[in-house]
Design a protein around this ligand. Structure first.
Ligand SMILES: Cc1cc2nc3c(=O)[nH]c(=O)nc-3n(C[C@H](O)[C@H](O)[C@H](O)COP(=O)(O)OP(=O)(O)OC[C@H]3O[C@@H](n4cnc5c(N)ncnc54)[C@H](O)[C@@H]3O)c2cc1C
Ligand code: FES
Length: 261
């Protein structure tokens, strides 16, 4: 599939493809992405496995965007792609965030940290299109990353160093939102942030959904590489997730491992 546009969003890179045959994608779902050229070790080494990347946004006419944080060989290669380059794409995969029942008298509270903004911004776009008021809280390390949030002026931004928005983590704005009335929380981000959010929601009996990450080799249930433990037993995040209810999570450890005990 051809890339029709790329652009920077803070230190991240947006990749847009046109897929007129694509099924509708739900926020929280992901695709397995790989480049067709240069996808493997140097000097003709073995090709790499595709990398899991969340759906960021849709233009409603087959245009789908992804947000890439170049942290390792695969994501750096994806971030280097330019308009006209080819991208192999398998998806949409996974469950995505559940839809809020119209009868639920609760305000969606969306919380994201770092590259976790991708599925959360997708959900925010969907809620905004449906006219559903919601909180949008984005946390970043510093201004370089927070530049990504400039495109969402209604978001409450927190940075660790206070260079943009309020100083600190997402926890203070989250506490204010939870104090303001009934909320259902939707979160994605680094494990430490997710565990703090999970624990806060548990304390206040707030329903919460977490888009989790685990190393994914296949993306469709075959390899068990993404297996994590929940209170209900082991699940494969690529097919049973990546969105998991906080009610079945006992903890999210700093290594990203999900603790079901
Ligand atoms: C469902 C899902 C959605 C994702 N969405 C996005 C997205 O929208 N944008 C984006 O940039 N990235 C996203 N990721 C993360 C991305 O898939 C990994 O960062 C990527 O696979 C790393 O590959 P690499 O070759 O660049 O780096 P590697 O060298 O493979 O990894 C770099 C470092 O990250 C660790 N790591 C790799 N994969 C994961 C993982 N899945 N969970 C925790 N640690 C990992 C490695 O152990 C290593 O320390 C998502 C992952 C999942 C599972
Ligand atoms: S990534 Fe292979 S089973 Fe989930």
């Amino acid at each position: 599939m051809s890339i029709v546009e790329t652009r920077s969003l803070g230190l991240y890179q947006v990749i847009k493809v046109q897929d007129d045959q694509a099924p509708e994608v739900r926020p929280g779902q992901f695709h397995m992405l790989s480049a067709t050229v240069g996808w493997g070790g140097e000097g003709g080494g073995r090709p790499w496995l595709a990398r899991a990347i969340s759906f960021l946004s849709s233009d409603g006419n087959g245009g789908i965007e992804f947000l890439v944080d170049g942290i390792g060989p695969g994501t750096r290669q994806l971030a280097l792609l330019k308009q006209g380059d080819q991208l192999d794409l398998v998806g949409p995969l996974g469950n995505g965030f559940p839809e809020l029942a119209a009868s639920e008298e609760t305000t969606p509270c969306l919380v994201a940290g770092g590259i976790g903004i991708a599925p959360i911004l997708a959900l925010s776009q969907q809620l905004a299109l449906a006219g559903t008021e919601h909180d949008l809280i984005l946390g970043f390390r510093n201004a370089e990353f927070a530049d990504a949030a400039a495109a969402w002026p209604d978001a409450t931004v927190a940075t660790d160093d206070g260079s943009v928005g309020e100083q600190g983590t997402v926890m203070a704005p989250l506490a204010r939102a939870l104090d303001a009335g009934p909320r259902t929380v939707y979160a994605c981000g680094p494990p430490l942030m997710l565990e703090a959010v999970r624990s806060r929601c548990e304390e206040s009996d707030t329903p919460a959904w977490f888009a989790l990450e685990a190393p994914m080799a296949c993306g469709f249930g075959a390899c068990f590489g993404c297996a994590v433990e929940t209170k209900n037993g082991i699940v494969r995040l690529c097919v049973d997730g990546p969105v998991i209810s906080g009610s079945v999570l006992a903890g999210i450890t700093s290594t990203g491992r999900v603790d079901g005990q």
